[in-house]
Design a protein around this ligand. Sequence first.
Ligand SMILES: CC1=[NH+][C@H]2[C@@H](O1)O[C@H](CO)[C@@H](O)[C@@H]2O
Length: 496
Amino acid sequence: PAPVRLGDVVPAPEQVRPDPRADFTLSADTTVRVSPEPDARAVAERLADLLRPATGYRLPITEAQHPELADDIALVLVQQPDLGPEGYRLDVTPTGVRISAATAAGLHHGIQTLRQLLPATIESSTPVRAAWTLPGGSITDRPRFPYRGAMLDVARHFFGVDDVLRVIDHLTRYKLNHLHLHLTDDQGWRIAVESRPRLTTIGAHTAVGGSPGGWYTPADYQRIVAYAGERHLTVVPEIDLPGHTNAALTAYPELAPEGTTPVPYTGTDVGFSYLDPTNAQTYEFVADVLGEVAARTPGPFLHIGGDEAFAVKGAAYTGFVERAQRIVAEFGKTVVGWHQLAPAAHSEGRVLQWWGTDGVDPTTADAVRRGARLILSPGNHAYLDMKYTSDTPIGHDWAGLIDVRRAYDWDPATRVTEVPAEAVLGVEAPLWTESVTSLAEIEFMLLPRLPAIAELGWSPRATHDWAAFRTRLAGHGPRWTAAGIAFHRSPEIPWP
Ligand SMILES: CC1=[NH+][C@H]2[C@@H](O1)O[C@H](CO)[C@@H](O)[C@@H]2O
């Protein structure tokens, strides 16, 4: 296989300066030297975990007092404010590799780049005989947008903790830093709430098509947020309200609108269920649920959904949303919601997740003028539940077919008219799972489109170029294969 070049990294780094005379080859004696700070050491442990299996090298970690003098892989925390909270600098010289950053998050992103500069077989989980050579030169890098995420719908089909942890591995590989978990919907409730036990004793046993249900205990959820946190990735839990609530209503039917008797639902329709916004008990329920989820969520965001509550309209809807937003604020969190929240009054720091397909949306633009920021998830570019082509066996097509180029060729900064670039917090790729039932199918839908979304979130706009991206991405097919991941071999990409 062709040797990896310094510029082959995905997402494209801000600045790449190759130096062909400066290649560095790892050896069995290579050590990992790291600054003494504990969160820097954690990154060194992560790097060693990534490199030890395929190389078979010991890669001992030492906290050298002067790592810059070392001749191995040095991870160095330095006060370089110009690199920002997630930036890093990576230097490959004939005597070693040095990654420097102002934060552990920067070091963490730097090791993802380092991993991609080694031959694809570095992804093997068993030792491979190879020359572990890195291309010489320097990379200076930092993200364009602060919010770069993906969403996993664990309500339509339930995925256990180990599957979620593997999805987190895929996200961090491409420097994403948020995982949005869609935890509740009509077909199942997936997170235990101790003050509302029937949400899981009754509401968690179903899934689409009669698939087995499931849910996360507090310990399960803690494992997910801890694993994510170690990888500088923030979990954003979504409790979808007031619509998409059939599972909750089968557990607490007293919250259902007059005259309705909710029963378990395993179909894939949307928009029929809703909490009764005129019932005071609804807000006690919302406070019970959001309070517990907030208490267990280290990140700043609580996502309250807000989509497709077709029977809750106008003032009834905005009234509900404004009360739910106040409850989120009382628990010290910042609201995220689908852009249907727009007509409701602004709440401090509010973020709208835009999933439209036509860039003209005056209601959202108005909410931005009132202070909202946007996460861009356009249905016709970022919805990874869309089929690649008409013969993709799973997935939807309501927003059109999305192969790699369609996922890549758009600009989050200008996608919604009348929304200034500085109001765009970043991007997120949702994966809805009505028809996705296994980790293999998750991986098939995420790869190769997730790296396209990740590049839009991370790389400078000046690097945006489909011909260059598809060539760089082609080199990642062998990496996924070495890692045991079945991906969609899109005909748009010149796979080796
Ligand atoms: C925000 C939003 N609400 C709907 C819509 O996206 O489409 C998804 C399928 O693509 C569906 O699962 C979801 O319930």
